[in-house]
Design a protein around this ligand. Structure first.
Ligand code: ZN
Length: 347
């Protein structure tokens, strides 16, 4: 089934909207509300688990399955306020420090105030310091410079910033005329946007579900326990819809849907993975089967938490993951197509 331009435009719009909502792991309430509003307006029952996963029942009968994307992202938290009014931070999620150097950021205080700043080296000026290139980009040498007139710890405390406040990075989302989407946090907001498009297709009768289908949007994937709880008890299968990695010997790129056969935890379910590969082949999708030795997914965690389910992992290729990422409309479309062929009959 060819997905109409309207639907793909809708998916891109949702990806952009989601990227613009700050949601480092542990600070996902705004993204949760966005999703709950979305599904309520679309007419789907949804609920939120204690730990903040949004769970939606899309309909269908038999063989219950869940598609899971995560709405949390990498980010940071204020670790301490320095005597000179700069902030030391601690990372949320895994990424090298150079991926955020010189990025604009927002500090979200626990009382709802937001302040902007920039992540800088403590010795940032090439006109003053030599050997900048050799400085290790760690949390000692990188700091947050606030866009406020603050010169001491007391000044910063006076405006309400405290240890434990969340820090989000400017997503800098750009959609190019050639169909690329460049942004931070396409991992995994690209896939979350795809699932919103999938829900709209179901609602508007473009596809009929072959089996009972849930959508789950988790909030702690980047810190390793997103899929550990809040999963519907009746599911027999779960597919993480999460980014495909690009690089080295991998065949995935921004135009493909990636089908992961094995990640750092081990092989994905034989039947699910084989069936996904066969469908992608039969339907002539642009796809790649890859192995991700430095990657773990939400559904890995669900299995480890004791669920007896079959599991799979697919998603659009995302370049420069956990940095300033890039994907393409093609990757989104191929992923959505694969989900439609796997789970639905098109009308
Ligand atoms: Zn991810």
């Amino acid at each position: 089934m060819k997905i109409s331009k309207n639907y793909m435009d809708f998916v891109v719009e949702q990806v952009v909207n989601l990227c613009e909502i700050a949601s480092p792991s542990g600070f996902t309430k705004k993204a949760e509300s966005y999703l709950q509003d979305f599904f309520t307006k679309l007419g789907f029952e949804n609920r939120i688990s204690n730990k903040g996963s949004v769970i939606v029942e899309l309909g269908g009968k038999g063989d219950p399955l869940a598609l899971a994307a995560h709405i949390d992202t990498i980010g940071a938290m204020v670790r301490s306020i320095k005597d000179n009014g700069r902030l030391r931070f601690t990372k949320i999620g895994g990424y090298p420090g150079n991926n955020i150097e010189q990025e604009n950021c927002v500090i979200h205080t626990r009382y709802g105030k937001e302040y902007s700043g920039t992540i800088q080296l403590t010795k940032p000026s090439t006109h003053v310091y030599k050997d900048i290139v050799k400085i290790e980009r760690d949390d000692k040498n990188l700091e947050v410079v606030l866009d406020e007139v603050v010169n001491s710890k007391e000044d910063v405390e006076k405006i309400g910033i405290r240890t434990g406040d969340f820090i989000s990075f400017d997503p800098r989302t750009v959609v190019t005329g050639s169909g690329y989407i460049k942004s931070r946090h396409l991992d995994d907001k690209a896939s979350a946007g795809i699932l919103l498009g999938f829900a709209k297709l179901v609602k508007e009768g473009k596809i009929e579900l072959k089996r009972k289908t849930y959508l789950i949007f988790t909030g702690y994937e980047e810190v390793g326990h997103g899929g550990a709880a809040g999963i519907p008890k009746d599911i027999v299968e779960m597919i993480s819809v999460d980014m495909g990695a690009v690089g080295d010997d991998l065949k995935t790129n921004e135009h493909t849907v990636s089908i992961c056969a094995k990640d750092s935890v081990g092989p994905y379910d034989y039947d699910v993975t084989t069936s996904l590969i066969k469908i992608a082949e039969e339907k002539d999708l642009n796809f790649a089967v890859d192995i991700y030795p430095r990657y773990g997914s939400d559904v890995d965690v669900t299995l480890r938490s004791g669920f007896d389910i079959k599991h799979g992992l697919i998603g659009p290729g995302v370049y420069a993951s956990h940095g300033y990422e890039r994907t393409h409309l093609d990757g989104l479309e191929n992923t959505l197509q694969l989900l439609i062929y796997y789970l639905g009959t098109s009308n």
